[in-house]
Design a protein around this ligand. Sequence first.
Ligand code: ADE
Length: 243
Amino acid sequence: MKFSIITLFPNLINSYISESIIKRAIEKNSIEVEVIDLRNHTTLKHNQVDDYQFGGGKGMVLMVEPVVNAIESCKTQNSLVVLTSPQGKTWNQNSARIYASNYDHIILICGHYEGFDERILDYIDLEISIGDYVLTGGEIASIVILDSITRLLDGVIAKDSHLNDSFENNLLDHPVFTKPIEFRGKIVPEVLTSGHHANIEKYRQEGRLRNTFNKRPDLLEKSELSKSDLEFINKLKKVKGDN
Ligand code: ADE
């Protein structure tokens, strides 16, 4: 899968993609990342890419021409053109799954300053927001989108390990532990060191349900629960009701 990231701050993107799992994914050719410096696509003096907004008002607005030139420098018939913006559709794990399996080339445009010339919208397929807050720019949003898609691609992380991720079937992940077995009197649940796989899986499923019930009860309505899951949730509700 290829990502083309159009940005005013190429160093920000380059620094993230040159570390850790994304770096490995690039080395293994699971992804290709092209970082496009918006300033290389303006025809104006001093590499100008923004200007004051018509009608008055504070802040600089990204100009349409350099953005369109940058898109056209990398767009092919199979590209999806995404603008990161707080006005977009909110990104979530399900979006990451859909994009990971349906697209070969995603162009991510990092918005900046007070906004962008509205005419840019004619050249994009959709706007994506990573949450209801305003960032100083779209670089972090682009990295969030790139990272959450990449880790779902074949061969990037251990096979099927994302099947245990939070948000799989709209449940949060179960608690996990590592060495030491005892820390300041707190001991790792015995079942996890028992070697009994069925009991471990039961403990983990109950952990997913308990975590979701306590931290994100809104997700439970969207998850597909078995009869035993529902019985366990009813137990949790009863305990909560008793307190
Ligand atoms: N740019 C500024 N804020 C943003 C947000 N919440 N999501 C995506 N891009 C943004």
